[in-house]
Design a protein around this ligand. Sequence first.
Ligand code: PDD
Length: 287
Amino acid sequence: MSTAYLNGVFLPLDQAHVSVMDRGFLFGDGVYEVIPVYGGKLFRLGPHLRRLQNSLDAVRIGNPLAGKDWESMLARLVASNEGRDQTVYLQVTRGVAPRRDHAFPVDSRPTVFAMCTPCLVSRDIDNEPGISAITLADIRWQHCNIKAITLLPNILLRQQAIDADTAEAILIKDGYAIEGAASNIFIVRKDALKTPPNSAALLPGVTRDLILELAKTNGIPWREADITVEELAGADEIWLTSSTREISPVIRLDDRPVGNGKPGPLWNRMIRLYQNYKEAVRQGMAA
Ligand code: PDD
């Protein structure tokens, strides 16, 4: 049984319980982060903790831990669990209130929960099959930059993708491709990389930002600009990125091949740069 953290206590995951009066349970009133761990090291912890702070500020929950306390708690959690490669899930809810009322309770204490799972990605880059995706209308709200635990639209969209025998939904709003149901989107056209600029319409992905950094430092042309559905349909490559999937090449979109129907050359280059970066983190040469 893996070790979890709940409100200051480390304990076996199956013994971690919260009240049914917790606003996370009753309203989905909370925010979360998913942080990969490579070689026992938390990957891009600074950007994840900054995004957590932004999410907490946006929903007006006071951060229950100082930055160094998050760091020490998460380091202890990772050390308490098996495996050098893991994924940390953490969430902060508005806490337990005496009665169910939409308005904020007067003095509740946030509930802090974190757990580790074994790393999902084990990748054979040379034999990457790629994934299929479908486009669906973006039915979410107007604050998608907040990493809220309230994920019902994302869940329904992802399930619609699965029901159509695909791995992920690409969300379309006003004629533009915004992001995946649980991932950011990149396209490649004429050897240049393009991803939508950050806005309230999408989650500012930590993986996305690292890919842009790697593009910059390696002389790969890139642009932050809106992606029209026509550009999406005519893209040479489409990638979906997240902390758990890293960089997935989309080889079929809406039942038509993307490019030549195989992971493209720029994906091949970027996934190697990404793996090298992970290795540097494992060696303590990068964060
Ligand atoms: N989701 N956009 C959405 C809507 C997401 O849910 C995620 C990640 C991303 C990618 O963000 P990052 O690169 O920081 O992981 C973009 C996580 C993995 C999840 O919900 O499990």
